[in-house]
Design a protein around this ligand. Structure first.
Ligand code: URA
Length: 268
């Protein structure tokens, strides 16, 4: 069987012969017809090549996800989960990041916050939400009676910083998702607060965006062990830095979480 490069050089030769009028090598038909045949053949090669690439990408995405599930779902402790992440090579974000940013806070807490992905400061220090938006978040948490040293746990949908702080792609989120699922299963929070639209889309398949859905409780069940949690999307603190006028709504949502936590957990 001829390879694609063999076929390409054959087609190039035929195109050349066709262009200089030596069409007899093909058949004693007008040049026009031969050109059409050649163009069609060339197009079919391009299409099959790009189909091959798409198929390869799909296979590697599926394989990366399968590996993530195997590593994550076998982790029995947070330490094992962290080690599993360190050994995972299926997400290209890892190769450009300095640290694998795992979590911060009290692991026995019943309230878990999930952000998007580490930024530059988080990547440098290996800790989530330590940059400008993290500092703003900490202030609000404190006003609402929450703190990472006392009663909340915090992590991200993706543990590696996307270059230039871009949003993680849906493929990156899909591949890394089993680690987050397992993280929730090991923490077993009662309430899960999704910070921003990326976290919201990771858990739910919403028809509306964060602006409409923020402040609403939504049930969620993990994919692996079927652990049920009550989730609420709220604005991402980075959004509040850009739109300070939205802090009022953020505060209202945090208070709602605080009240529900007190009512259902007692002493938070
Ligand atoms: N933004 C996030 O979503 N997570 C972090 O850890 C830092 C900034």
């Amino acid at each position: 069987m001829k390879s694609n490069s063999d076929l390409k050089s054959l087609i190039d030769t035929l195109k050349f012969l066709s262009d200089i009028g030596e069409v007899d090598v093909l058949e004693a038909e007008p040049v026009k017809r031969n050109k059409a045949v050649l163009v069609e053949a060339a197009n079919s090669i391009n299409t099959s090549e790009s189909n091959d690439i798409k198929l390869l990408e799909k296979v590697s995405k599926t394989e990366a996800r399968r590996k993530a599930e195997e590593l994550a779902y076998n982790a029995r402790t947070l330490e094992e989960l962290y080690k599993a992440l360190l050994s995972f090579e299926g997400c290209s974000l890892k190769s450009t990041a300095i640290h694998t940013v795992f979590s911060d806070g009290v692991s026995s807490s019943k309230i878990m916050f999930v952000g998007e992905a580490p930024g530059a400061e988080e990547d440098k220090l290996g800790k989530p939400f330590v940059g400008q938006s993290g500092q703003l978040l900490d202030k609000f948490l404190e006003w609402a009676g929450f703190s990472r040293s006392k009663n909340i746990y915090i992590s991200n949908t993706i543990p590696w910083r996307p270059p230039g702080n871009r949003q993680p792609t849906s493929e990156e989120t899909y591949i890394c998702r089993p680690f987050l699922e397992r993280h929730i299963e090991l923490i077993r929070p009662k309430f899960l607060v999704m910070l921003g639209g990326t976290a919201l889309k990771t858990f739910h398949n919403p028809k509306e965006g964060i602006v409409t859905l923020r402040g609403n409780w939504m049930p969620y069940t993990t994919e692996n062990e079927g652990v049920s949690v009550e989730t609420m999307p709220i604005f991402h603190p980075a959004f509040l830095l850009r739109s300070p006028g939205q802090k009022k709504l953020f505060w209202r949502d945090l208070l709602q979480i605080r009240l529900k936590a007190e009512a259902e957990l007692g002493d938070v």
